[in-house]
Design a protein around this ligand. Structure first.
Ligand code: PEP
Length: 249
């Protein structure tokens, strides 16, 4: 059985004062059925790890460098993130692909580095609106899956987040049938490449404007194992009903 995962991506939001949100969340979900993950900015990881040490919340980072160390000013290695308290890293988010021109090969190299350091990876993929409208969604996903996911993954250390770019932060959400189609497709492609046992164990998250109001319907879709949540993960008040909806499935 795949354990459901509610993952919050804080993006470039949050200072020390916001650590209280993680504390509140941890207190509210003692004994949660689902795994709960917060990916705060790297500046907060270490302090957040002090708060989450014994509770139900695990921590993730939002990116890492593909190298283990060296002359890469401003970058952070996977081992540093692990040392700061992360157990996951989000890779290939469309904002990284857009803002930093990250290619599938970059994402794959980062994923290998992260796995080598002992982190689990959440690899993001999704189509732009024009690609959806042109009927190319599954081709885009197939390409991103083949290019961004390295060979050295296991069912336990790989999570895939399907995040249509046009649904991120916009309030627009694909139909339940559209989400289901892509998740079924990803599971089938994983099976072709890694075999049935691994494919069955990989968790597939949906991401893009998940809110309390739509979470229950989205989580009821087969092959949706949770969500990657941006805006609605920034406060415990907003994230809690999403986690509760996932726990209720
Ligand atoms: C995200 O950035 O991963 C995301 C899904 O954002 P939002 O929930 O705000 O659409």
């Amino acid at each position: 059985m795949r354990r459901k995962l509610a993952a919050g991506n804080w993006k470039m939001n949050g200072t020390s004062a916001d650590l209280a949100q993680i504390e509140t969340l941890a207190r509210a979900h003692v004994g949660a059925i689902s795994e709960i993950l917060i990916a705060p900015p790297a500046t907060l990881l270490h302090r957040a790890s002090e708060i989450t040490k014994t509770g139900p919340v695990t921590l993730g980072a939002q990116d890492c460098h593909a190298s283990g160390s060296g002359a890469h000013t401003g970058d952070i290695s996977a081992a540093m993130l692990l040392d700061a308290g992360a157990s996951y890293v989000i890779l290939g988010h469309s904002e990284r692909r857009g803002d930093h021109a990250e290619q599938d090969s970059d994402v794959s190299a980062k994923a290998s580095a992260a796995l080598g350091a002992g982190l689990r990876v959440i690899i993001c993929m999704g189509e732009a609106l024009q690609e959806r409208e042109a009927g190319n969604t599954l081709d885009i996903i197939a390409g991103q899956l083949a290019g961004s996911v390295p060979d050295d993954v296991s069912g336990e250390n790989l999570v895939i987040a399907y995040e249509p770019i046009w649904a991120i932060g916009t309030g627009k959400v694909p139909s339940l049938a559209q989400i289901g189609e892509v998740h079924d497709f990803i599971r089938a492609r994983l099976e072709q490449r890694f075999g049935a046992q691994t494919a069955r164990a990989v968790r597939l998250l949906y991401g893009g404007s998940v809110k309390a109001a739509n979470a229950e319907q989205i989580f009821a879709i087969p092959n949706v194992d949770g969500a990657l949540v941006g805006g609605a993960s920034l406060t415990a008040d907003d994230f809690t009903p999403i986690i509760n909806a996932l726990d209720a499935i």
